[in-house]
Design a protein around this ligand. Structure first.
Ligand code: SF4
Length: 474
């Protein structure tokens, strides 16, 4: 059953869920870049090491994962009621809730809210949801300048680039490249800037401080929203989020509908799982929570935009829906051998890595991201790493079954099924395979059109004796 209205996919022509190329084509380009692979290997190995250390020190880590998974499953089963309760509590606390069916609607709502303030610039806290819907592009088209305040997001924005990791969006950049971007694009930057990390951070801080103090409208995402109390939570490491959430007069939060949690106490579980699985920290440096508006303290106007954009369609799939359990920790990216080599851009969507390979095709419809479910070796490392135990390999296999297959592949599979159904034909095929081996095809792969399958795989040798022959001989 679908619980929330009509299941609709994320619309085409807006947002950042679809790439221009298929995964294999984009990955080929990325694999040819040795600097990118070095950056990725260094970053993912470092984060993995930290995460392993801090999760190993918790004796109940596996129980926490199980509770996190159970809470998410409960939330998905009760999503309509929980969202209505959230709306009621946020409204009672002085906030305004807007429901956005898709990216177009969400962009329109946010643009109108900003216009109503009379401002032409907004500061932003890092948010996957706003990247998903292409909010920056929509604001810019309306003459409103969005300024990213997370350091890595700022690097990506100034470099007119795309993020390549959920947590470390500029993971593909090294410090020399960052210096170059700052010198070229950052207003008021010191021309003597070096590529020393503290100097780069200080330059960003100077620019951002000025922007924080002169921009009265902020846009954020949310890591969690508590239905019981109407409280929103953002966790981050740099303090830029705290500035965005407290300094402006108007705060607009765009949140995917799956981010709701039932009770205040549930945060106890997620605030342990998230930092350990994502940055390898015991707790987040900054955890900001707010409930509606408070007179004389913080933003005096608060808007919450609840975004569907394909999530109802994901919820309608009993196998695929657990992709909505994701708390965007990025642990699955850091352990994925495919992500570590191909990097985030190859996935074409704001959601890279294993979670992107299952979430993006479901939000857009598999036909629009048909190569992503194959961007995996199905090794299962993502499942082991996921703090809310999403069985990503199972969803990948499920999506491969629903993805459109080329005519030649369908014909080959139909022929194989026909042969395997008929013992005489099957025995003849086995003899033919042995014969092919004897005449020297061994090691050369399969002939076209099946050669694509063996282009990157070894064709196993057929055994010298089949089970049937062995049995007949006895
Ligand atoms: S799927 Fe799991 S491991 Fe991957 S980002 Fe989401 S919560 Fe983290």
């Amino acid at each position: 059953m679908t619980f929330l209205g009509m299941p609709a996919r994320a619309p085409r022509g807006v947002g950042n869920l679809r790439g221009d190329e298929s995964f294999p084509d984009a990955a080929r380009t990325a694999l040819a870049d040795p600097q990118l692979r070095r950056n990725l290997r260094h970053a993912t190995t470092t984060i993995r090491g930290k995460t392993d250390r801090v999760t190993a020190e918790l004796p109940d880590w596996q129980e926490l994962r199980a509770v996190g998974a159970a809470l998410k499953a409960y939330t998905m089963a009760h999503l309509p009621e929980l969202l209505e309760r959230l709306e009621e509590r946020v409204t009672a606390a002085g906030g305004t809730v807007h429901w956005a069916a898709d990216a177009n609607e969400a962009n329109r709502i946010v643009t109108e809210l900003v216009r109503a303030t009379g401002q032409q610039r907004v500061i932003k806290v890092k948010s996957m949801a706003t990247q998903e819907i292409g909010l920056n592009e929509a604001l810019a088209a309306a003459g409103i300048q969005p300024v990213e305040t997370d350091l890595a997001e700022l690097i990506v924005q100034l470099g007119r680039d795309r993020p390549s990791h959920i947590l470390v969006p500029a993971i593909h950049r090294n410090r020399a490249e960052i210096r170059e971007i700052f010198l070229r694009e950052m207003p008021g930057v010191d021309p003597a800037l070096t590529d020393d990390p503290p100097a780069l951070a200080a330059a960003a801080r100077r620019y951002l401080r000025e922007t924080f103090l002169s921009t009265p409208v902020a846009v954020s995402g949310a890591n969690f929203a508590v239905a019981e109390t109407g409280t929103l939570a953002v966790v981050e490491s740099e303090g830029n989020g705290r500035m965005c959430l407290t300094l402006p007069e108007t705060l607009i939060t765009v949140m995917g509908i799956e981010k709701v949690v039932p009770r205040w106490r549930d945060l106890e579980v997620f605030l342990q799982l998230l930092p350990r699985a994502s940055t390898g920290e015991r707790m987040n440096p900054y955890t900001s929570m707010w409930t509606g508006v408070t007179a004389g303290d913080g933003p005096q106007a608060f808007h919450l935009v609840l975004l569907d954009n394909g999530r109802s369609a994901v919820l309608a799939d009993p196998v695929g829906r657990s992709a909505l359990h994701c708390i965007r920790c990025s642990a699955c990216l850091n352990v994925c051998p495919v992500y570590e080599r191909a990097g985030g851009h190859a996935y074409g969507s704001v959601y890279p890595g294993p979670i992107g390979a299952v979430l993006s095709p479901q939000l857009t419809g598999v036909e629009d991201n048909a190569s992503l479910p194959y961007a995996s070796s199905l090794c299962g490392a993502c499942f082991d790493a996921c703090p809310v135990k999403i069985d990503i390999p199972a969803i990948l296999v499920h999506l491969r079954n629903t993805a459109p297959h080329p005519r030649s592949e369908r014909a080959a599979m139909a022929a194989a099924a026909y042969t395997m159904d008929r013992p005489v034909l099957y025995a003849a095929a086995q003899r033919a395979a042995r014969l092919a081996r004897i005449v020297g095809r061994r090691g050369r792969g399969l002939p076209p059109p099946l050669s694509g399958w063996t282009a990157s795989r070894d064709l196993p040798d057929p055994p010298s004796q089949t089970f049937r022959d062995w049995w007949a001989a006895r």
